[in-house]
Design a binder for this molecule. Structure first.
Ligand SMILES: Nc1nc2c(c(=O)[nH]1)N[C@H]1C(S)=C(S)[C@@H](COP(=O)(O)OP(=O)(O)OC[C@H]3O[C@@H](n4cnc5c(=O)[nH]c(N)nc54)[C@H](O)[C@@H]3O)O[C@H]1N2
Ligand SMILES: Nc1nc2c(c(=O)[nH]1)N[C@H]1C(S)=C(S)[C@@H](COP(=O)(O)OP(=O)(O)OC[C@H]3O[C@@H](n4cnc5c(=O)[nH]c(N)nc54)[C@H](O)[C@@H]3O)O[C@H]1N2
Ligand code: SF4
Ligand SMILES: [Mo]
Length: 807
């Protein structure tokens, strides 16, 4: 009886067993009677190991993994820290979101890859046959050797690989191996922020990472364009926590400009400004108009720190009348005054709201203005990001306490040491988004037409495509049907290697498909990511259970390939995997000896948090503001370039689809597929795939719990729904010339009329009708890149929506 009691009552929980035993002894039950039962219960005890959620929401929440008898039984959040907002040195409880909490579901998902496999059907068909690790590695090595000998290293490409972030067994393994083997074709830009990252340096000489979120506590007003931390940075140790603390402690006014009434509003915002997507630059021009005509601009700042606001500071090469002020007042070449009335028609934001926005920004100083990456993931995203930057520039709200440069909030970084990759000997780079072009017609791609960097043109197309930690083929990337067609032609890309831990949509395109382990199946270390703001921490990721089948880690897979290619010694440098973990830790510790304990102590503790580490200035451009002569920017003039001569030159020399897509001033350019495009007659709704609670991109997309909690539905305004006879919960089809997606509708006033959207990251699942019932948003998106960054305009799409008939 006691035996059962101890076992049942404790359910293997160590603390409960010890409490219960103590109580039983105190109640007078002799120890000798309890001994056997305690031993039995002890054998059933669970073990707790530290782990982390390493997907690309980039918070890296710590997870405590409980396992028993070689099985994970549950996942719990970390248990250090507090929920206090006592800035600046608060140590938050880094709470995982529903995704991290359902990690066990992802871990034991039926989609887990078990064995190495080779393709037996047509590429993309998803037909495979199990093979041995020896055969798999031999095949990969033969393909690598053939590619290098026949085409050179430039023909090998590692696709965007942001699926996991670990210090040792992560994406650096591939890069390290390939750099030893002579390198690979490089990439510039990312799927996340290609446009702002390329555009911002023309204005500021730095990219779009701005002041820390905590700095908004010194502001009277926080204005965010397309910035949704309560969905995108949900971890208890990231921007949402920081913004919540700012709201609690300092209570600035909050204005959110977004087509959706997002969770960041929470009913606590002061103003939600719904806007038609892709039109923020037009709104900014009208606000600028109001600031100028009311004399609310900071003229002294514009004169001293900026180039091109008015005639006085125009660079000599610029024609008369090409300054920003003239452009806004209608005195420039286009002769159009950028009035609120004009902007209201383009943006859907009422004139009175535009005037109110200008007044609020003028009156409430300091004013912290930021943008997420939604506005820049449009065909005119480079122009939009620079146009938003004009708000703080005109107001002189830059480099002072409580201000920002209009970019996304910053992140303090411990500069931790990862597995060293060495340098890529191949210098030529394609824009990350243009890898399908490089497969299809790489030899025709040039610097002026396709944004090739490091050479005038590509010598050869991609012949060996390596997807590891990447769902780039049929998840991340645009236009799945066209992409599939390009890859199905085996005379173009000759070999596709996929290493993943699930049968993702991309995995189906593999020639050789290798199963990776998941984090609880090996030791590693990870650090806080780029969305954690001022939180910094290191987590000891401890192996909890053995791999269930024949999976091997990324480190090990690359070691085996290195061995097959005769470079194992260079790859390992004589260190074992465990020794590399320790090496990375020690190197990180050398940078912060005061905060990190010995490796042994760290491993025992499981997590070390570093509160208050200020690796970066909390206010962006602070030094430049203080003394622009002494601390010039990395722009040609050393100043903020409202008028960019470099962009003027690019706009005139690059081979663009049409003139005027890249302009020296940050002026509004209509989105490619917008309400005025000829396509709008056929496809009248603007549609985009926002990032959502239900998955981190495609990761966790196979977890039923999350689908129940956060279903992927088409958000559509009642006005648009009624016109199509659609009711909440109806099954609908969203379609354009590129494909058809099927899902249920969420009819809601939370989205701007004329605009609709559903979460990106769903799994591509075409049925026998060719309809994507996953659905993956990228069934609807275009492969045509943006003008300057040649990035992914995946939020710019026209579609039509109709009721679907349930079969
Ligand atoms: N329409 C539209 N498309 C978009 C976007 C959008 O907003 N709209 N956003 C873009 C952005 S910002 C991004 S970052 C991309 C991301 O798009 P995805 O490529 O879908 O990114 P993830 O889901 O983060 O990860 C990719 C793969 O990594 C795998 N993975 C996870 N952990 C491991 C591991 O430990 N080992 C191995 N080998 N693999 C692992 C996952 O199973 C997954 O298949 O999508 C882009 N695509
Ligand atoms: N829960 C969750 N978190 C994530 C991810 C995830 O998939 N799920 N993905 C992670 C990754 S890889 C990345 S790169 C980031 C993505 O971060 P973002 O790119 O910032 O995310 P999005 O949801 O695409 O867009 C942010 C907001 O911009 C709005 N928006 C879209 N277009 C426009 C526009 O033209 N104008 C204005 N004003 N607003 C617009 C959207 O409605 C949304 O509220 O998130 C990360 N965090
Ligand atoms: S998805 Fe992001 S917020 Fe959620 S648990 Fe993972 S790291 Fe944390
Ligand atoms: Mo991203």
């Amino acid at each position: 009886m006691i035996h059962n009691l101890l076992h049942e009552a404790t359910l293997g929980r160590r603390e409960l067993l010890s409490t219960l035993t103590t109580s039983l002894i105190a109640a007078g039950i002799p120890k000798s009677v309890l001994a056997q039962s305690i031993t039995n219960a002890m054998n059933n005890l669970e073990t707790m190991t530290w782990c982390a959620c390493t997907v690309n929401c980039s918070a890296r929440c710590p997870l405590r993994v409980y396992s028993r008898n070689g099985k994970i039984i549950r996942i719990e959040p970390e248990n250090t820290g507090a929920d206090s907002c006592s800035m600046p040195n608060a140590v938050p409880h880094i709470r995982p979101c529903a995704r991290g909490r359902s990690y066990k579901q992802r871990f034991y998902a039926p989609e887990r890859l078990k064995y190495p496999m080779k393709r037996v059907g047509k590429r993309g068909e998803g037909k495979f046959e199990r093979i041995s690790w020896e055969e798999a590695i031999d095949t990969v090595c033969s393909a690598l050797k053939h590619t290098i000998q026949t085409y050179g290293n430039e023909a090998i490409y590692i696709n965007a690989n942001t699926g996991t972030y670990q210090m040792v067994s992560g994406r650096n393994c591939q890069r390290r191996l390939m750099n030893i083997l002579g390198g690979t074709l490089g990439a510039h830009g990312t799927y996340s922020l290609a446009m702002i990252r390329k555009a911002y340096p023309y204005t500021f000489g730095i990219d779009g990472w701005g002041s820390m979120m905590s700095e908004a506590a010194n502001a009277k007003l926080y204005v965010a364009f397309g910035n949704n931390p309560y969905v995108l940075r949900t971890s208890g140790g990231s921007h949402s926590w920081e913004l919540e603390c700012v709201r609690t402690n300092a209570k600035p006014k909050v204005i959110l400009i977004d087509p959706i009434y997002t969770d960041t509003a929470l009913g606590k915002e002061d103003l939600w400004v719904p806007i038609r997507i892709g039109t923020d630059a037009a709104l900014c021009e009208a606000i600028a108009h109001e600031l100028i005509v009311n004399n609310w601009v900071d003229q002294a700042f514009l004169d001293k720190h900026c180039v091109g606001y008015d005639e006085k500071t125009l660079p000599p090469s610029a024609p008369k009348g090409s300054d920003y002020k003239s452009y806004i007042l209608g005195l420039g070449a286009d002769g159009v005054e950028k009035t609120p009335e004009r902007a209201a028609k383009i943006t859907g934001v009422p004139v009175a709201t535009i005037r109110l926005l200008a007044k609020e920004m003028h009156e409430a100083k300091p004013c912290f203005i930021s943008q997420g990456w939604g506005p820049q993931r449009q065909s005119n995203g480079e122009q939009t990001s620079r146009a938003i930057a004009m708000m703080p520039i005109l107001l002189g709200q830059i480099g002072l306490p409580g201000t920002n440069h209009g970019g996304r909030e910053g992140d303090s970084n411990m500069k931790e040491q990862w597995l060293p990759t060495g340098k890529n000997p191949v210098k030529v780079k394609i824009p990350m988004f243009m890898w399908t072009d490089a497969v299809d017609h790489g030899e025709q791609m040039t610097a002026l037409h396709d944004g090739i960097e490091g050479a005038d043109k590509l010598k050869v197309g991609i012949k060996f495509l390596w997807n590891q930690h990447s769902n780039a083929v049929a998840g991340t990337h645009s236009d799945h049907w066209k992409t599939a067609k390009i890859l199905q032609d085996e005379s173009k890309c000759e070999f596709v290697l996929v290493v993943d831990n699930v049968m993702s949509a991309t995995a189906k395109f593999a020639d050789i498909l290798l199963p990776d382990v998941m984090a609880p199946e090996l030791d590693d270390i990870c650090a806080d990511g780029y969305s954690t703001g001022s939180s910094n921490f290191l987590i000891a990721m401890q192996k909890a259970v053995e791999p269930q089948w024949e999976q091997k880690s990324s480190w090990e897979i690359c070691r085996l390939i290195a061995k097959g290619m005769g470079v194992e010694d260079k790859y390992t440098e004589g260190r074992t995997y465990q020794e590399w973990i320790r090496w990375c830790y020690e190197k990180t510790r050398e940078k912060h000896p005061e905060v990190f304990p010995s490796f042994e102590e760290f491993w025992k503790k499981g997590i070390v948090k570093v509160p208050g580490l200020k690796a970066n200035d909390t206010v962006i451009l602070k030094k430049f503001r203080e003394d622009p002569e002494k601390n010039p920017l990395k722009t040609p003039s050393g100043k903020i370039e409202i008028y960019s001569e470099r962009l003027d030159k690019i706009g005139k020399t690059w081979e663009l689809e049409k003139e005027g897509l890249i302009t020296p001033l940050p002026q509004y350019i209509e989105p490619d597929e917008g309400p005025n495009s000829p396509l709008a007659h056929k496809y009248p709704l603007q549609c985009y795939g926002f990032h959502s609670h239900g998955h981190a991109n495609s990761a966790y997309g196979n977890v039923d719990w999350l689908h129940e909690l956060h279903p992927d539905q088409l958000w559509i305004n009642p006005v648009d729904a009624q016109a199509r006879n659609i009711k909440d919960g109806d099954l609908v089809q969203v379609f354009n010339d590129r494909g058809i997606c099927e899902l249920t509708a969420r009819v809601s006033e939370r989205i701007f009329p004329g605009v609709c959207g559903f979460p990106q990251g769903g799994w591509f699942k075409p049925d026998s009708r060719g309809i994507d019932v996953g659905p993956s948003f990228n069934t609807l998106t275009t492969l045509k890149p943006s003008p300057l960054a040649k990035g992914n305009p995946q939020h710019t799409n026209l579609v039509q929506v109709r009721l679907a008939t349930r079969s």
